[in-house]
Design a protein around this ligand. Structure first.
Ligand code: SF4
Ligand code: MG
Length: 333
């Protein structure tokens, strides 16, 4: 059958003072059941915009999907009505955010919000049933005194507790896909590890797929099966985690990997940073968007947009060097 999710040539435009700009351009990737896919890149690279597109939750009316397909079990979500999309969201595809306060309603108790999310997806559920389900769900996400927590307002809980509540709500309907956008960035390291464990426990018991959006490559190395590296709204490279970390191809990926702090580093060795800046959306170069910062740029890089090409099986990079290597390989034969 078709993959659980196939994003094909996604393009998202934003209306700005400088006119329409492409915040996401030609983004493609696939996801299978039970798989954990990392989407990584610096802030502003389009990873959150990509995630919001999958949920059809892009900010309106300033942004819109201009190109591509989002195939969920073979059906293009971009053809779905608002009503049909509402049934997918939260039930088939759920999303959790960095700051749960944005997703939780500050003026309602936790219990009421959980009950409301059940009402939305299971309209026939009675009050008693909803209460039981809520208590079970809170216990599942590791909240010990669930009955007390239900009576509280979001601001009365710690950041880690709020994140657990949000995960519980996101997982209540056992979605096929959980999109987690920087889910642990605001939390301390210990709580971070607990939250990731919680997500993966659910993956193991339900077989749901996870899209983990983060700028933290360490988190990806530890938790993901595949990874998509984004730069300035485009995909630079995608591969299995093993391949990406051991045989990165794209010059941007190589730079990113060099910038991971390693334990061996001492105070005397400053962290390597990538020279130059990410191009601004309104002034995107026509060729490779990384060209200005790339040490390996070829003459064609400035004017020709590199398309995604296969480096090896399951390993893709959008870089003119792929073609260059192929030519060299053929020449050697
Ligand atoms: Fe560098 Fe050219 Fe590859 Fe872009 S396409 S990453 S500029 S070599
Ligand atoms: Mg973001």
């Amino acid at each position: 059958g078709p993959p659980l999710l196939a994003v094909k040539h996604l393009g998202v435009a934003f209306q700005t003072d400088q006119g329409q700009v492409l915040a996401v351009d030609d983004v493609s990737f696939e996801l299978e059941s039970g798989q954990v896919l990392g989407i990584a890149g610096e802030s502003g690279c389009g990873k959150s915009v990509t995630a919001l597109s999958l949920m059809r939750l892009l900010p309106q009316p300033v942004s819109k999907i201009t190109e591509g397909e989002i195939l969920f079990k073979g059906q293009n979500l971009l053809d779905f009505s608002i009503g049909a999309m509402r049934k997918i969201r939260g039930k088939k595809i759920s999303m959790i955010f960095q700051e749960p306060m944005t997703a939780l309603n500050p003026v309602h108790t936790v219990g009421r919000q959980i009950a409301e999310s059940y009402s939305l997806h299971f309209p026939d559920m009675g009050e008693k049933e909803k209460n039981t389900a809520s208590l079970q769900m809170l216990a599942k996400v590791g909240i010990p005194d669930a009955r007390q927590v239900m009576k509280k307002y979001p601001h009365q809980l710690s950041g880690g507790m709020r994140q657990r509540v949000m995960i519980g709500m996101a997982l209540a309907c056992e979605p096929d896909i959980l999109i987690a956008d920087e889910p642990t960035t605001a939390l301390d390291v210990t709580v971070q590890a607990q939250i990731m464990d919680l997500i993966f426990q659910f993956r193991d018991t339900t077989g749901m797929a996870v899209i983990l959006i983060t700028h933290d490559l360490g988190l990806i190395a530890e938790n993901c099966d595949r990874v998509v590296i984004m730069y300035a709204g485009t995909v630079s490279e995608s591969a299995s985690v093993t391949t990406l970390f051991h045989h990165p191809f794209h010059p941007y990926t190589k730079k990113l990997l060099q910038s991971i702090p390693s334990r061996a580093q001492t105070a005397k060795e400053p962290l390597p940073t990538i020279p130059g800046n990410v191009p601004v959306l309104s002034k995107m170069p026509v060729g490779c968007r990384f060209a200005k910062r790339c040490e390996h740029a070829l003459p064609q890089c400035e004017n020709q947009r590199p398309r995604m090409m296969s480096v090896s099986s399951g390993h893709f990079a959008a870089c003119h060097l792929v073609y260059d290597c192929e030519k060299k390989l053929n020449f050697d034969k």
